[in-house]
Design a protein around this ligand. Sequence first.
Ligand code: SF4
Ligand code: SF4
Length: 331
Amino acid sequence: MLPITNQYGLFEVRFESIGGLGANIAGKMLAEAGLKYLNLNVASFSSYGSEKTGTPIKTFVRFSDPEVPIKINSPVENPHLLVIFHENLINALPVTLGCNENTIIIVNTKKSPSEIQDMLKIPTATIGTVDAIGISLEEKVKFNGILLGAISKAIGFIKPEHIKGIFEDIIGKKYPAVLEANFRAIERGYNEVKIEKVKEKKEYSFKPFAKPSNLIGYENQIIGGLVVNPGNSFSKDLSASRNGLIPVFNSQKCTSCGMCDIVCPDLCMVFIEENGQMIMKGIDYQYCKGCLKCVQICPVKALTEGVEAEYDVKSMTVKLFTEKDTAQNHR
Ligand code: SF4
Ligand code: SF4
């Protein structure tokens, strides 16, 4: 029944995500669908960073035929299916480690499979892209159902009806009002994912799986070193925590009252002193998780809600710290 298995008879799946996007529950739902409707053996678990919303998380799912026991409990190193829950993760993390030409890769993005191949820098693969953010904004649901619908199309053995059945079991009891919208999201994920075996590009190469390690540790952290960047980590990048909406700053309307700076949980606002007064200059989107508290508080509508895909966030970013600041604090 499984289309392909490794030497242990397992079909293996890895989700690359950020805490809060629902990868953990999506993994459990995918496994549950295989168990309930296909009688497969299944396993699902997640590996968290510091278990907070906004930190990287990996979810692993294994399937095997009923007569093959699952005896491995370690992370999935060479996935048959890789799902990237947010396009912004591609620049922040080495998400494709352990993939090969047979891996199916699903990405939440508006881009085409070949554009994603260039972002991932992999020689080839079967790549599926689906605009889960756009669909979730339209249907007012989380990404889970959309990506599970896309996964169903990509792997074939789990059907959209199986996913819907699991949603009915889990969401139907607790939140019946959103069940229909999630059913639509599953169908849209299934119908709208673009799956393509991309052409081989010899300038790229696959990289073997490697366990993640900290950039700073007891061997290279300076004694008494101070990490001054927001989020308590100089490598923190919250771009992948955003659900498609960003605050858009209009300096013409801003009175530099500082209200946005008070409510922002991640200290993203950049204020510079000019003639003895602190002036609001903009937002460092590296640390912005898109909570939009600043938009709600701004008394003069100098901050408004915008759809991220319609803006060039990189060029709008005002950096909180210079490269010199970072170098000084992380020598
Ligand atoms: S709350 Fe609005 S007006 Fe006040 S500093 Fe922020 S952007 Fe400017
Ligand atoms: S949306 Fe506004 S308040 Fe929320 S993290 Fe981004 S800048 Fe800060």
